[in-house]
Design a protein around this ligand. Structure first.
Ligand SMILES: Nc1nc2c(c(=O)[nH]1)N[C@H]1C(S)=C(S)[C@@H](COP(=O)(O)OP(=O)(O)OC[C@H]3O[C@@H](n4cnc5c(=O)[nH]c(N)nc54)[C@H](O)[C@@H]3O)O[C@H]1N2
Ligand SMILES: Nc1nc2c(c(=O)[nH]1)N[C@H]1C(S)=C(S)[C@@H](COP(=O)(O)OP(=O)(O)OC[C@H]3O[C@@H](n4cnc5c(=O)[nH]c(N)nc54)[C@H](O)[C@@H]3O)O[C@H]1N2
Ligand SMILES: [Mo]
Length: 682
């Protein structure tokens, strides 16, 4: 008789939706994965990637044993070894490096390959804290808004209320591709009569479906937001009572905003003045309007200030008074209490921004040099800024690199030791979300493939080999889940272990309820007023009290000399059929996009003698990417789009073109604030 069961697993991909899935298992083998319809956000369908997730689980290239490098770095020649051999080698190397150079010569590197609490923020942090290793600043993804919200209190309402909105602005977010269940909510709103406006330099799948698409120049969102405020104030379209009762600093803000009339905004953004005026009028008069701003707009030098300016708009219009109004987003991850797992706290203040890994590995003046790199949950050879510098660092013969992953990624090719990791259906996990108000506990649906071990287990094994006996290293995954939740904000909000065990997922109340700011209640100020002018903001970021426009770091306006050689603005775009680089080598993505396509406007192509389908290279002083030209008006003249997240077997991807320059706030990236030139390859 076959043994059949169904196990509920919350998706741990780095995605706002955090879907609830049902995995059918026969005799220890997962045979299908489908949506758990009970979950209000997941509803009836999964995304195009997770629909085919079992292909990822059982892909023939999945790692099943630890590996040791036997060829030159980057080639990807390895031999299988046992866990004991791998752990001995790692601990032996670390001990020697620490004895010679001190523990800061060790650098942990991770992001959200799995966003489970144990995998992403678990005992691995305690391990490196205990070692006294260098710290990593993890601000590559929306670091700007994260920092502002940390300093000023989160300015957001429950995204599940979107269907109540009359107007929705998707601002630098491609919901159709990156949060398909967020799109379901927008579709509901549109059925109720809502209009959708998309602010995006690219005609994304979301923009294609919008009532109105404002294709502004990359990195000019701050100017657009100030322009919208200008028109609203000028035309008397603000909610006077809300401004008086629930905000402060309006007069100073109005004075700053007065310097941004539509004509000036048009000059900076490339939009026509009338459309800016229209946007302001429809935004102000909708009852209410919701803004969903994305991570996509947080990749330019002034993106932090743009977020700050956007946050001013609902306060001006009083949209916070009504269900579905304001800025919609949610974040339950920080409610899970994972800091408890971090043990003694950092042993050093030396810290590197993950966007600048290339510098950290190649800077000749660093003392001590980074001599050991431990990578889990991330693929820095593809996802970090200035790829060529990252590769130069990874190629160093005197760098001891360990990579823990499910596959031999482009980063793992440079590793001395590779460790096999399980997929999300193979281990227990506590999962929050960065888009909706849910928390869940996963139980393994199948045994880990081969000898693969979850991140938490690898941390325990390495800690024990190092002789560390902190209690956190003796807790099983189940104990860690209970330990995290105990006394956490998630538990207080209803997500007890007992409920999670029986119900699978629990909706936690949005902080502040359905109308968090209807009468003030903003976190950053003592009196709960929204601060148009803010001493706290200035104290936190040193950028003054008011929002203002910070221009792109690389643009024809800000760097005319550079633009003589590299006149085109670059967008690096995520793929619908991948999650960052995680499906980079799988048929799901390769089938959908057999080739790397470089999208260019027909006018720019004609100037360069490029016709559709030509082999071309996009390049600048940092590097170049080769692909096939796709002539399209999805980009405006002067803009080029390159896909992000493919593996190129050690070749170069979108980040060969990007810089590792940090943006204005929170150490965020500037990956769409880049100049390039495109030339035919003949
Ligand atoms: N299918 C899929 N889903 C994903 C991911 C994935 O890789 N694939 N990644 C996940 C992750 S980690 C994240 S952070 C989210 C990100 O999801 P989103 O927030 O949607 O971000 P992106 O898809 O990076 O970019 C969205 C849009 O921003 C635009 N954009 C670029 N620069 C600017 C600018 O200066 N101003 C404005 N207004 N728009 C700009 C781009 O043209 C793009 O269409 O998606 C998550 N979901
Ligand atoms: N140019 C440019 N660069 C970008 C972006 C962009 O839009 N343009 N987007 C940025 C953003 S928003 C983000 S979030 C980052 C994403 O950067 P990363 O978080 O590094 O994302 P991935 O490339 O998906 O790499 C995650 C890796 O973790 C592995 N993994 C999955 N589960 C586990 C597990 O349980 N254990 C271990 N050990 N490994 C696991 C996966 O197989 C995969 O190889 O990239 C950033 N870089
Ligand atoms: Mo991200």
């Amino acid at each position: 008789m076959t043994n059949v069961s169904t196990v509920r697993v919350t998706c741990t991909h780095d995605c706002p939706d955090a879907c609830s899935t049902l995995v059918d298992v026969e005799d220890g083998q997962a045979v299908s994965i489908r949506a758990d319809e009970r979950h209000p956000v997941t509803g009836r369908h999964l995304c195009s990637k997770v629909d085919r997730y079992l292909e990822r689980v059982y892909d023939p290239k999945r790692l099943t044993t630890p590996l040791r490098r036997i060829g030159p770095k980057g080639v990807g020649a390895f031999e299988a070894i046992t866990w004991d051999e791998a752990l001995d080698e790692i601990v032996g190397q670390w001990r020697q490096i620490i004895a010679e150079s001190g523990p800061e010569a060790v650098l942990p590197f991770s992001y959200l390959g799995s966003m489970g609490a144990l995998s992403a923020f678990g005992p691995t942090f305690a391990l490196f804290n205990r070692l006294g290793a260098s710290q990593l600043q993890r601000s590559i993804c929306g670091g700007q808004a994260l920092a502002i919200n940390a300093a000023m209190g989160a300015v957001q309402a429950d995204p599940e209320l979107i269907p109540h909105a009359e107007l929705i602005i998707c601002w630098g977010i491609d919901v159709v591709s990156t949060s398909i269940h967020g799109w379901d909510l927008i579709r509901k709103a549109r059925k109720n009569g809502a209009r959708l406006v998309v602010v995006d330099p690219y005609r994304s799948p979301t923009a294609k479906r919008a009532d109105d698409h404002l294709a502004l120049r990359p990195g000019t969102d701050g100017a657009l937001a100030l322009g919208v405020a200008n028109v609203m104030i000028d035309e008397g379209l603000i909610d006077q009572a809300y401004v008086e009762e629930c905000t402060s600093g309006f007069a100073d803000f109005a004075a700053e905003v007065a310097t941004w009339p539509p004509d000036r905004v048009a000059d900076v953004t490339g939009l026509v003045a009338e459309r800016i005026i229209d946007l302001a009028r429809s935004y102000a008069t909708a009852s209410p309007a919701a803004i969903r701003f994305g991570v996509g707009m947080q990749r330019a030098a002034g993106a932090g200030m743009a977020v700050r300016a956007i946050q001013c708009l609902p306060a001006l219009a009083g949209h916070w008074r009504k269900l579905g109004g304001g800025i919609v987003n949610a974040r339950t991850m920080p409610m899970l209490g994972f800091e408890k797992m971090w043990g003694p706290g950092p042993g050093t203040s030396r810290s590197f921004n993950m966007i600048q890994l290339g510098q950290a590995l190649t800077d000749p003046d660093l003392d001590p040099k980074v001599r050991a790199l431990f990578v889990w949950n991330s693929n820095p050879a593809v996802i970090s800024g200035d790829q060529n510098r990252v590769i130069e660092g990874l190629e160093r013969e005197d760098l001891f690199t360990v990579v823990h992953d499910l596959f031999v990624t482009d980063t793992a090719r440079y590793a001395d030791i590779v460790l096999p990791a399980p997929s999300m259906i193979e281990h227990d996990e506590l999962v929050g979300s960065w888009g909706f108000n849910y928390v869940s506990v996963n139980r393994a649906a199948i045994e880990p493939l081969g000898d693969s071990k979850p991140n938490s287990e690898v941390a325990r094994l390495l800690a024990h080999k190092m002789g560390f006996d902190d209690p956190v290293f003796s807790m099983s995954d189940d104990e860690l889940i209970r330990y995290c939740l105990d006394g956490s904000a998630a538990e207080t909000a209803g997500a007890s272990v007992e409920r999670l065990e029986t119900e699978g997922f629990v909706r936690v109340e949005h902080p502040g309820g359905e109308l968090p700011f209807a009468r003030g209640g903003f976190g950053g100020s003592d009196d709960g007023r929204f601060e148009f002018s803010s001493g706290r903001f200035d104290a936190a970021f040193g950028l003054g009290r008011l929002p203002r426009f910070i221009e792109p770091a690389e643009s024809p306006e800000s760097q005319p000399d550079l633009a003589m050689r590299y006149p085109l603005r670059l967008l690096t775009l995520k793929r619908p059929h991948s999650i960052n680089s995680s499906y980079g080598d799988l048929p799901v993505l390769r089938g959908a996009e057999p080739e790397l396509l470089i999208e260019i406007h027909p006018t720019d192509a004609a100037h360069r003698g490029v016709v559709d389908g030509d082999r071309v290279a996009a390049g600048n002083d940092r590097g170049r990417v080769e692909g096939r030209a796709r002539l399209t008006d999805a980009v405006t003249p002067g803009v080029v789009a390159v896909p992000f997240g493919r593996w190129l077997d050690g070749g170069q991807g979108a980040n060969a073109l990007t810089s590792d320059r940090l943006g204005d706030i929170g150490g965020g990236p500037t990956f769409c604030d880049v100049l390039v030139e495109v030339a035919p390859l003949r």
